[in-house]
Design a protein around this ligand. Sequence first.
Ligand code: SF4
Ligand code: SF4
Length: 385
Amino acid sequence: MEVVIWGANELGRYVAKNMKCEDIDIVPLAFVDNNHELQNTVIDKVDVISYEDLKERKNLREITVLLAVKNAKNIFQILEQLDGTPVANVGIVKPKVGFSGLKVDPSQKEGNVIWSKFAGDTYRFLPRIEVNLIDACNLKCRGCTHFSSIFKNDSVYPIRDYKRDLLQLRKVGQILRLRLLGGEPFLLENLDEYIMITREIFPKTDIEIVTNGLLIPNISHRIVSAMNLNDVSIAISPYRPTLKMKKQIVERLDKHKITWHFEGEEISWFSRNMTLEDTHDPKFSNAKCSSAACTFLRKGKLYKCPLEGMINDFNNYYGLDEVHEGGISVFEDENILYGKTVEYALNPIDMCKYCAEEPESISWSVEANPSLEDWLYKDGSLTDA
Ligand code: SF4
Ligand code: SF4
């Protein structure tokens, strides 16, 4: 079996060392990478080449291409490169593979890769969908990009609407990674029902609950079992209060064999870029924005980012008149919906004019009753204010 790994990054290198089929180790033919600095180098005895080189050297109809790339924008760009080229098999390695010690089987017999067949002239994946199951949060960080502190605990994605919207998305293509977040998802007493619905509709997707972790030691047995039975992993945001409880959090998850990881070191800074004026250069704002490809599902629509999906709730809360029309209805024809989702992820939207070109950092703190100014970009310097 000839396998090429697209992505000579940390995940790609992990995959190269951990590919097995029926107990036989498989060595990749090459890494492919769009980073010019990596091209024509050798990593772990494997050549790193460009896609153009690969096309010259190999008949793509005979090889398997495994994408080992986490960034949704990069995945969309690679899929655009592959458009029109019938590769034998194209798969994306699930991001959780890199931190769970799992093996990768490129023969398609095991589930750590999501595969797409060549359909028409395109490979269809939705790399990353984020969804607020509940908008409220128990932590209320100042500058939360999901505006959680302006919401109450009844701000829930109704379960019937959630199911309806996921069924629409299933028509579009495979979702690589579905992040269930908020707000704080563990505030939902019936989180187990959301988990079961998600797994039923997307049997192969990497489902991840994103949490501040504070409620984990006390979550119900029902929810823990649902996570365990439905192969749901936990991404924990390491705020100061979270880290103080790290031992209890980890013990509870380990006891029930739930896969977890902390998202980096302690979060002591937030990024802030929102303004009230549409005077910014959307191209630059989009290029520097970490939310630019966080495709966000909310109330029957897909949005480019949480800000676009939630701005009307925000304006309404602070008595601002402006109403933004945006997003793509999940009831669109599936080809149109997919095309527009890619376009949204790769390009600026009108809303980006409201975001500063260079985000500023604010120190992390809790603010239960934020003023309008607390959310707004000030002067671009590192600030506590
Ligand atoms: S933990 Fe903080 S940043 Fe995360 S959803 Fe809650 S308030 Fe927002
Ligand atoms: S509107 Fe554009 S720049 Fe602003 S948060 Fe969303 S993607 Fe980023």
